[in-house]
Design a protein. Structure first.
Ligand SMILES: Cc1cc2nc3c(=O)[nH]c(=O)nc-3n(C[C@H](O)[C@H](O)[C@H](O)COP(=O)(O)O)c2cc1C
Length: 169
């Protein structure tokens, strides 16, 4: 099973459309970050100690976490906001903290970031390197794609790349 976390606040826009095209090929389940109630990680450490993998916060995250635990593949789709993922996406990523090394081990982490920049912009290599660190830390296989979606033409190119990525699994 693949869990896809879609981080755009804009329903039906570029990032959503990329995530939906990807899910149409991989069969993954999309969770729209803008549509769930997930608070920021408190950093209390409960999940890593007495909580034994369970978060103290009783919002929508426990059910997302269960999907993440069962998934063998996790995909993050987000527009780029200030050289990073959106705040909505980050709330969920931070709250994946209760996943143990065993939970993560062997998962494939796919990351698709779209922005207004051109495809060859340095921001995509910066983002790639950042997710490379994250994937190495959780011992996941990383598949990263950074694409420009400044207009409909750029979006068409981005869509083709995302379809190729989805089909290449
Ligand atoms: C607050 C904000 C910050 C942004 N920062 C960046 C950025 O750092 N790099 C970039 O390429 N695009 C940036 N953009 C543009 C969006 O990433 C771009 O318009 C993207 O296609 C939006 O995706 P969406 O259609 O799914 O909302 C930013 C947009 C907003 C609203």
């Amino acid at each position: 099973m693949e869990l896809i976390i879609a981080g755009s606040p804009r329903k039906g826009m570029y990032s959503d459309r990329l995530a939906e095209a990807y899910a149409g090929i991989t069969g993954g389940e999309i969770v729209y970050a803008r549509s769930v109630s997930v608070g920021p990680c408190h950093g209390c450490g409960w999940c890593k100690g007495k909580g034994n993998g369970v978060c103290v916060q009783k919002d929508d995250m426990p059910r997302i976490l269960e999907k993440a635990r069962k998934a063998d593949r996790i995909a993050l789709f987000s527009p780029i906001y200030w050289w990073q993922m959106t705040a909505q996406e980050k709330l969920i990523v931070d709250r994946l903290y209760p996943l143990s090394e065993a939970d993560w081990n062997g998962k494939v982490l796919t990351v698709v970031m779209n922005g207004a920049a051109e495809d060859d912009d340095r921001e995509f290599s910066l983002l790639h390197d950042q997710f490379r660190e994250m994937a190495d830390y959780i011992k996941a296989e990383l598949r990263f794609l950074g694409v420009g979606t400044s207009d409909d033409e750029a979006f068409g190119n981005a869509l083709a790349k995302v379809r190729d990525l989805a089909a290449s699994k």
